[in-house]
Ligand binder design. Structure first.
Ligand code: FE
Ligand code: ZN
Ligand code: FE
Ligand code: FE
Length: 232
């Protein structure tokens, strides 16, 4: 690939990578939905499939915004060089996460344990996306690309919401169904980590009805705590 000379080019690279990631997830989610048993989990994943499709469309818009500026800068001559196509970048991280998810769903598990495993795999994907969109948004802000940053932030919020809804499902039901029998009091050292409150800007459109019930940080650390308690 071409040499990356500045933050704008790095942003474009990241956006192409994300485009590949979303495309791969659109292909992979139907299998995960099929492997899930819990109605709520199937619904949450199906919701997120729709959201993911619109995220891909949003990325098209973002890349177009960036490319249009480039077209002006380059007086149209190199315009074609900047029209990014699908498949120009392949997100190996998403490929790995999806492979790992499939190797889990290929295992012989009871339906309840399978649901817990699917949530874990899906949350790894959401965390990867949260990290990548967070980075891309930061680059856009640094570059003064306000509209780009806003669009990326809308997706970032949706990924947070998806992650939250999975946490709520895991902690509230799936992990319990998977074989946790008793509620163990949370150790002080773990409670402390649930403290900071992350403020979220509201997503433009949250298709997921079961989205964030609290702050993400609290929810996530709660799930980490719960998982630790219930899977060992
Ligand atoms: Fe996504
Ligand atoms: Zn690359
Ligand atoms: Fe990637
Ligand atoms: Fe996602």
């Amino acid at each position: 690939m071409e040499k990356i000379n500045d933050l704008r080019e790095l942003l474009k690279h990241e956006l192409n990578d994300l485009y590949s990631a979303e495309t791969q997830m659109i292909d992979a989610l139907p299998d995960l939905i099929k492997s899930a048993t819990s109605k709520q989990l199937k619904a949450a994943l199906s919701d997120h499939l729709k959201v993911t499709q619109s995220q891909k469309t949003r990325l098209d818009k973002v890349r177009k915004l960036l490319n249009d500026e480039k077209v002006e800068e380059k007086k149209g001559f190199f315009a074609n060089l900047f029209s990014s196509k699908e498949g120009e970048e392949h997100c190996k991280a998403m490929e790995g996460l999806i492979k790992e998810a499939h190797s889990l769903t290929d295992e012989d598990m009871t339906p309840e344990v399978m649901d817990a495993a699917i949530i874990a795999a899906a949350q790894k994907v959401e965390h990867y996306e949260i990290s990548s969109y967070g980075t891309a948004k930061a680059y856009a802000m640094q570059l003064g690309l306000v509209e780009v940053a806003q669009l990326l932030n809308a997706t970032l919020d949706e990924e947070y919401a998806a992650d939250d809804s999975l946490t709520v499902l895991a902690v509230g039901k799936v992990n319990l169904d998977a074989g946790a029998t008793k509620k163990i009091p949370v150790h002080k050292s773990l409670q402390a980590s649930a403290a900071p409150v992350v403020k979220k800007t509201p997503a433009k459109k949250t298709t997921n009805k079961k989205s964030s019930t609290g702050t993400r940080t609290a929810a996530t650390s709660k799930s980490a705590t719960k998982n630790k308690k219930t899977t060992r």
